[in-house]
Write a protein that binds this ligand. Structure first.
Ligand SMILES: [Zn+2]
Length: 67
């Protein structure tokens, strides 16, 4: 038998340690094929409301690109 930890790590302690893991990575951003604005992959574009080349949702207040 190899070395074993003397005490169980509490879930809170484990979470505190892992809290730093996800912080460093930014969310992946893709450009919309329709309006070329940044959007999250596999999601309907919030700017033009299209997904896979067709309109899915209606955008009531079209957001203009920040200059
Ligand atoms: Zn779009």
């Amino acid at each position: 038998m190899g070395a074993l930890p003397k005490r169980k790590y509490a879930k809170a302690r484990q979470g505190r340690r892992r809290g730093h893991l996800k912080v460093a990575s930014l969310p992946h951003i893709e450009l919309c094929s329709q309006c070329h604005s940044p959007k999250l992959p596999h999601r309907v574009c919030p700017t033009c409301g299209t997904y896979a080349g067709r309109e899915v949702i209606e955008i009531k207040t079209p957001r203009k690109k920040a200059s």
